[in-house]
Design a protein around this ligand. Structure first.
Ligand SMILES: *Cc1c(COP(=O)(O)O)cnc(C)c1O
Length: 329
């Protein structure tokens, strides 16, 4: 097994905390949270773990520019822009849909970090994505830059190392608080986090977590193919001593709502409940939807009673600031 280089940027280990008040409010359930929203401030959230590896690779290749993609409220774009500013790299963000004229939330931070952005409509970007990316890279090369591309969520085999490593960290913490078995829930979209969690769980000596992914975009068959592709590619590239099978993947389906980044009332209720009982803020795109699945499971006594349930809090607080009307309800 060959472990690639990383540049330490996240504050690790992130805390593993018990949600005492929420557990009591839900009839005595044992609910824990792995606070990966606390990996940093500007670089907060799950994406920074993956970017630690991607940026190390970029610097080793003497690149001076990172290019990536997402929505204007993308946490991944904001974390990439922050990392670039911190390391003196240029950052180019390819947005879909078009960024609004007055930036808010994550997009406002992108602007402050000095990231350059270009936008397309959702339809045009998805129809011409490869051409758009290649043209951007060619233009940057022509302008004398040395760009490195990473897709949304740093969902490339190298990016999976963020959560391969995080599972080592979490498994050790679970041992320290005496949890031998638990359920672990997380949101899945680009798939890099879930792929890393699955591989990391196979690689630790004594896996403690049974992992459940909650799709917040696309359907389960898409995620099986996408996460499977990432896992298999990472195993091959890094010679990981594990075997991947689709049966390793488990999903809690039914929490996407109308679409990616379209919040719904139950998710917003989950967000407000956690804010009021624990003083912890979820986001309307990812974590509130995944937390909805956790709450439903706890209320049905499927999670949190026979054994503890752990929520992977992947961050996203800045996107809340882009939806004030929605969140106050
Ligand atoms: C990106 C993101 C996720 C999903 O992670 P993927 O690796 O893209 O599947 C979950 N939560 C938050 C807050 C995110 O920004």
């Amino acid at each position: 097994m060959f472990e690639p280089q990383r540049i330490p940027l996240a504050h690790l280990p992130t805390p593993l905390v018990k949600l005492e008040r929420l557990g009591r409010a839900l009839g005595g359930a044992e609910i824990w949270m792995k606070r990966d929203d606390l990996t940093g401030l500007e670089v907060s959230g799950n994406k920074i773990r993956n970017l630690e590896y991607v940026v190390a690779d970029a610097l080793a290749d003497d690149c001076d520019t990172l290019v990536t993609e997402g929505t204007p409220q993308s946490n991944h774009c904001r974390a990439t822009a922050a990392v670039c500013a911190r390391l003196g790299l240029h950052c180019v963000l390819l947005f879909r849909p078009e960024a609004p004229a007055s930036p808010t939330g994550n997009h406002l931070l992108d602007v402050l970090f000095g990231a350059e952005s270009r936008s397309w409509s959702r339809e045009e970007f998805s129809a011409r994505r490869e051409t758009i990316v290649n043209t951007t890279l060619a233009e940057l090369h022509a302008a004398g830059r040395r760009p490195r591309w990473t897709p949304s969520g740093a969902a490339e085999p190298l990016g999976c190392w963020g959560y391969i490593r995080a599972m080592r960290e979490l498994t050790q913490q679970l041992g320290e608080v005496g949890i031998a078995r638990c359920d672990l829930l997380l949101a899945v979209s680009s798939g890099a986090t879930y792929a890393g969690v699955v591989l990391g769980n196979l690689l630790v000596e004594k896996p403690a977590a049974e992992v459940w992914a909650v799709p917040v975009s696309d359907d389960v068959s898409y995620h099986v193919a996408n996460v499977g592709r990432l896992c298999s590619a990472a195993i091959l590239r890094y010679d990981l001593p594990v075997e991947y099978r689709d049966e390793l993947l488990r999903f809690l389906d039914g929490y996407v709502g109308a679409d990616y980044a379209v919040p719904y009332p139950a998710a917003l209720d989950a967000l407000r409940l956690l804010a009021r009982t624990e003083g912890i803020i979820l986001d309307p795109v990812y974590t509130a939807k995944a937390f909805c699945a956790l709450l439903d499971g706890v209320r049905a006594r499927r999670f949190g009673f026979d054994r503890p349930v752990v929520f992977l809090q992947t961050g996203g607080i800045f996107s809340d600031l882009a939806w004030p009307e929605l969140l106050v309800g």
